[in-house]
Design a protein around this ligand. Structure first.
Ligand SMILES: [Ca+2]
Ligand SMILES: [Ca+2]
Ligand SMILES: [Ca+2]
Length: 456
């Protein structure tokens, strides 16, 4: 049951679709509070896409949307010894001014006390109107935007917020400059803003993914998320698979005004682990009871339509056209939509599988990752085996997740995320995490640190 559902900020309901083009190139990342377990792409009632993120410990889901106005590029940071820009010590590019130095400082040769900083950059807005800029600093601060002094508090103080307002015009780029000094003791510096289309938040780069506040508090901890139009009103609703005992799927129905209403819940087995949503259906894999349970919307509510118990330990579930690929301990089972066996692929020791079109013929192939490497099974008359990367082990012996996107295989491992193409080229990103697939690209969700960033 949902204790509280608050609105998406209405300002986001008019965000243009152009951010889809911005996303893949954006390098900024967003840090969430608490541990995250899943994220899916979601479409707001007006067609704007954002991310829904499950925050496990806080039993909450949040909605994140890319910024369409804000910084046009990095901030130039200049750091000095002395409280009046006395001795230049360091130049560094920053992506936001959001520093809780505490008893420390910017580092890299800048002293922890008696230092000063000057940050300068440019902002651009989409909407004409009055914007408010907020400084939160310990100690002194000066802020100018478009040459106008909005905050002038060059004084010793504990962390204090000051603000100033300025009218900005759509499509124009404005210079800003924030100067700051720290005398001693605690140190903190932050620059926030608010205005049309932007709730009060830290000033971030255009294209960054930013949190818009809590969307829904849940009674049970959210484990996995899915998106589906449950009530057939052409608005994408959110399915939340929770880890309670027994587990359940709660449906959150998107309303026209941006609010949600609970659309009921269905039991999802005693030990739900994985939720797969596609083609108008949702499937849950319950690991311990070795069950696959399939749900479909019936008269606006999610209803269980099928269940099947399998005799192997189950490790993964992926969608196929008209069916599912199920990873067991010894084989991959290809099940039809009615969960009857269609075929079996031997896969002893396999630990992750992915489905998607690897060879571009429009049919979903299967990739299986095991300690010996990655194997592809192409959808022909049957699934035809093909060694993908002879001699390479693309992190596959410790994969926690595999995914096929644009004819490449992505593998999440504790050592990082591997990307493989059919020719065997292998790329690795160092930061581990869970990969989230969206139509506009991939995101990496660093579950431990709660960070989300677009995948380069
Ligand atoms: Ca201080
Ligand atoms: Ca709907
Ligand atoms: Ca194919």
């Amino acid at each position: 049951m949902i204790r509280r559902i608050t609105s998406l900020l209405p300002s986001f309901l008019a965000v243009a679709a152009i951010f889809l083009a911005l996303l893949p190139s954006a390098k900024a990342q967003t840090t969430l509070r608490g541990s995250t377990t899943d994220a899916v792409l979601w479409t707001a009632p007006d067609g704007v896409r954002g991310l829904v993120v499950a925050l496990f410990e806080e039993a909450r889901i949040d909605f994140l949307f890319p910024q369409t106005q804000g910084l046009t590029g990095p901030i130039r940071g200049e750091y000095f010894e002395g409280v009046n820009f006395d001795t230049h010590k360091l130049d560094r590019r920053e992506i936001r001014i959001d520093f809780a130095y505490g008893g420390g400082g910017p580092g890299e040769g800048v002293p922890n006390d008696n230092f000063s900083a000057r940050w300068s950059g440019q902002i651009r807005v989409e909407r004409t109107g009055e914007y408010t800029f907020y400084t939160q600093t310990d100690d002194g601060v000066r802020l100018t935007v478009d040459g106008k002094m909005l905050v002038d508090r060059w004084q010793d103080m504990g962390t204090t917020e000051f603000s100033g307002k300025i009218n900005l015009q759509s499509g124009r780029t404005y210079d800003f400059k924030m100067e700051y000094y720290e005398r001693g003791g605690g140190a903190e510096a932050r620059l926030l803003w608010s205005g049309p289309g932007t709730p009060k938040q830290v000033l971030r780069p255009i294209g960054a993914v930013a949190q818009t506040g809590p969307a829904a508090d849940l009674e049970d901890k959210p484990l996995r998320l899915g998106v589906m139009d449950v009530n057939a009103d052409r608005r994408a609703d959110v399915l939340v698979l929770s880890s309670g005992f027994p587990g359940k799927i709660t449906t959150l129905l998107a309303k026209q005004d941006g609010f949600f209403e609970e659309g009921g819940s269905v039991s999802a087995g005693n030990d739900p682990g994985i939720l797969v949503v596609s083609e108008g259906r949702a499937a849950v894999l319950a690991r311990q009871s070795r069950q696959i349970i399939v749900f479909k919307p019936v008269q606006g509510k999610l209803t269980q339509v099928n269940a099947r118990k399998l005799d192997q330990k189950l490790r993964g579930l992926e969608n196929l056209e008209n069916g599912f690929a199920v990873l067991g301990e010894k084989s991959v089972l290809i099940l039809g939509e009615d969960l009857a066996d269609r075929s079996t692929i031997s896969a002893e020791g396999a630990i992750a599988l992915a489905t998607g079109d690897l060879d571009g013929d429009g049919r979903a192939d299967i990739a299986v990752l095991s300690s010996s490497g990655a194997t592809a099974y192409y959808a022909k008359d049957n699934y035809q085996k093909s060694e993908l990367f002879p001699g390479t082990k693309p992190g596959s012996d410790q994969a926690t997740q595999a995914l096929i996107y644009q004819r490449k295989i992505y593998s999440s491992t504790p050592a990082g995320i591997f990307q493989m193409d059919r020719e065997g080229a292998l790329n690795r990103s160092d930061a581990p995490g869970r990969i989230v697939r969206g139509e506009s690209g991939l995101f990496v969700l660093e579950t431990g640190r709660g960070q989300i960033r677009p995948m380069p």
